[in-house]
Design a protein around this ligand. Structure first.
Ligand code: SF4
Ligand code: SF4
Length: 296
């Protein structure tokens, strides 16, 4: 199937130290090796010519590098729909928002708890929850209808209870159109911490459905990422797997001491996920990406 969605890692720096950071090892390995303006321009032009229409700029933290303004301006000139994944770092400054929000169609903003006590602890830095509050407040003030704001939250042992309070708080913002709730992937920092952060799968599925109910009650869209369909009540409605569209990820690579960029095609949401023997007879096998940890 042809991909039209591009995910471009333009930053290998981040101000946070999230205990679950799936990019932790790559941020260390490629520190100081953000793509150059020339590399970014070449990729955006080539992919546009190949028919890509949507680009998400990600990292690390894209707003922590000087790459983002250049990337957004060029992507818009070329006619892309643009999205930025962010922890709210530079967007917490209203002047930065005034300059660069007009170049964004979607913002995917991470938040992992309803208070500084929880969010700052999980993201490893004091002041992060305040930055999140400022960012969401800036977007609500400047462009609440046009910007498609998606919140991105991990469901962990440490925050499973308080997330009800978080959703009741953020769903009141007009700019929030969708909430993504993710089961942590055993990758990077989350791989070493997996036992201490990941909930037992059936328990996680049950809690995810309860939280999905809160989001839906507020009239917002909820998508659950990284949960196998068999632990969800109505996967056709809320599993991100059922709405997956193929994407190409462009990221830094190094082979034999030579750095470059590589492309990874993801036709299905199966990264780091597994199937068991039972899956071969499952009615959801076509859509479901499998499980990170054992569901059966
Ligand atoms: S904000 Fe994102 S890139 Fe930065 S440490 Fe946290 S998970 Fe990793
Ligand atoms: S394919 Fe496997 S993991 Fe997915 S819903 Fe079916 S049984 Fe569960």
């Amino acid at each position: 199937m042809k991909a039209e969605r591009l995910e471009f890692h333009i930053s290998y720096q981040c101000c946070n130290h999230c205990i679950f950071c799936s990019e932790k090892n790559r941020l260390k390995r490629f520190h100081g090796l953000n793509p150059t303006f020339r590399e970014i321009a070449d990729v955006l032009k080539k992919k546009k010519a190949e028919g890509f229409s949507y680009v998400t700029f990600t990292g690390g933290e894209p707003t922590a590098s000087g790459n983002l303004p250049f990337s957004l301006k060029l992507a818009k000139l070329l006619g892309y729909r643009t999205a930025v994944t962010t922890n709210g770092y530079a967007f917490s400054d209203i002047e930065y928002c005034r300059k660069y929000l007009p170049l964004c169609d979607e913002i995917i903003l991470s938040v992992h708890g309803p208070s500084a006590e929880i969010h700052d602890r999980l993201t490893g830095k004091n002041g992060n929850f305040e930055r999140f509050r400022k960012t969401i407040g800036n977007i609500e003030k400047l462009d609440p209808e046009r910007i498609y704001l998606i919140t991105n939250t991990l469901l962990l042992k440490q925050n499973a209870g308080p997330l009800a309070e978080l959703y009741n708080m953020i769903c009141r913002f007009r700019c929030v159109k969708q909430c993504i709730l993710s089961n942590p992937a055993p990758e990077g920092g989350a791989f070493t911490e997996y036992d201490s952060i990941a909930m037992p799968l059936h328990e996680a599925g049950k809690r995810a459905m309860e939280l999905a109910g809160i989001v839906k009650k507020h009239g917002k869209i909820i998508k659950l990422f990284g949960f196998p369909a068999c632990v969800l009540e109505n996967p056709q409605e809320c599993s991100n797997d059922f709405f997956w569209s193929p994407k190409v990820t462009v990221e830094r690579s190094a082979a034999k001491g030579i750095t470059g960029l590589r492309e990874v095609y993801s036709e299905r949401p199966v990264r780091r996920r597994h199937y068991s023997r039972k899956c071969s007879e499952c009615a959801y096998r076509e859509k479901c990406g499998g499980f990170f940890n054992l569901p059966h």
